[in-house]
Design a protein around this ligand. Sequence first.
Ligand code: HEM
Length: 585
Amino acid sequence: MERQVFAAELVTKIVEYFTCFATSILRDVCLKQRGPEAAYADVLFLVTPAYGQPLSYLYHAHFEGFHLRVMLSLQGTLLQQCSVVMVLLLLIFFLLLFYAHFRFRRQRMEALAAKISGPPAWPFIGNALQFLGTIQDVLRTISRLLHRYQTPVAFWLGPFFYVAVARPADIETVLTSPLALEKDRVYRFMEPWLGHGLFTAPVSTWRVNRKLITPTFNPRILERFVDVFSAQAQILVRKLAKEVGGGECDIFHYINLCSLDTICETAMGLTVRAQDNNNADYVTATKRLSQIVAVRMFKAWLHPNWVFKLTPLGREHARQLRYTEHMTSTVNWVKPCVIVHLPRLRKIFTSCLLMTDRTITRKVFIDLLLELTGTTFNDEQLKAEATTMIAAGNDTTATMTSFVFLVLAIHQAEQEKVYEEMRSIFGDSKRVTTSRDLRQMDYLELCIKETMRMFPVAPLIARYLTGDITVSDVVVPTGSSVVICIQHVHMDPEHFPEPNKFIPERFLPDNKRHPFSYLPFSAGPRNCIGLRYAMLLMKTIVSTVLRHYKVTTSLKMADILLKVDILLKSVRGYPVALEPRRYNN
Ligand code: HEM
């Protein structure tokens, strides 16, 4: 009896899996022939009489929930009536269905893929052998393919079909298409950490939430945060003082803590004091999580959850996640907050933070979000959005700012120009930076833009196609993934002559180029929501530090070796030495 129940449970799992395929075939076929409404009704009709579910009950379920209900009714039936023969027959039926579905989809995809240039692929594994090695090797392989074949370039990683694009016109087609809004399947490895926040959310959730969240990033609201940016930059200057005259230090460490403090304060109104406590535990945990997720993305054998969980990397991933959750118990809210939603916030945001107190009465991201959305977001969604803002905003901004310091330390003439600009805005005054000052920092902005061109922290992004799209006269089929090669297009001499040279003047307003040839924040409807925030914060940090210190380094541009752990980083860190400036110290 026990064996029978075990067999039934096992097969139920398999049937669950195949049921998804069966319903998706029906849905695909009906969708093609009669549109979404009819598809929905037909699938329900086919399933309902067989399993005796009331039609109204199923009809109210939305599409994702739908599979689940079908599976549950199957499970009930199976557990009651399971016999080995019936189980085997069911298995064979679903296997056949699965195979037919696979062939049907794959044949069409293979036919369209054959029309796109790319390296020849082996059966089953595709081009996976070419993508073995470290993440840097993978980037190099993609770059080699882009040079060897005409873009778009097609390649297979096992059963998954990828198309890499690097021409601005193709990138525009993809990034502005409503059929390319879904993130690629590898982004789901971030979900245990970020939940369904904007970055990882499926399109159905993203569409609603992006509309709700966008107003909280409007320029007037962001300008109110500049005093927080300035205050944190001042703390950074004080912390850096101990490095003056002490040789080179990795400036990233300092900037990362500064941007963490800034983002926590402006996103949630929480004073984390990572800079004061030099408390880098959260930073270390998120750094490891990013590295592990990046390795997993590029190693196909780590994709199935059950395999990943068994590996040392999977176990460390679970440990780091548990660690960020554990922070819940270490939070210390000191002062009551003026916002009515505090009890709710207190309960849900504690997992992200270290020692905190709520002393700020300014409206921050989360207040605005609650004001705008009322009870639209449940606790889980609010937590996912706040965690996403911290994760997506902190490391990106810190890495980019560190690159700016390193590049300006190498290019002394440009650094002097920035310093002169600061002198013309501030004179000898030690006053803090205001949003009006930031608007006048034109040359610094050019330097930041040029650094982002040479070192885009997101060198590649990938989208999953929910419909066919046509790129450079070839059809890229539904179900494929498109890789947007941001770094490649940034270094293309056709758009940026002498691409290895640091020339901030390229970004003067008179120099026109294709709008999709420069994409440090991506582009289109699913671009970076925090781009203005990031620019203001980077300008505040760089200007404040450069008003106080001159930065130098022993590195040359050719010494900057790059690696990727989700973000593009410098292998040797960001070593700079600091000398005090005459006027501001
Ligand atoms: C220099 C700093 C930054 C850079 C270079 C950057 C770059 C990017 C890029 C390239 C994407 C698109 C990713 C993709 O499609 O896979 C993105 C998305 C995103 N970024 Fe940023 N980012 C920066 C700072 C920030 C900041 C400060 C925040 C928030 C405070 C933020 C929040 C987000 C979010 C929420 C998304 C997902 C948007 C969506 O899918 O609708 N980013 N960022």
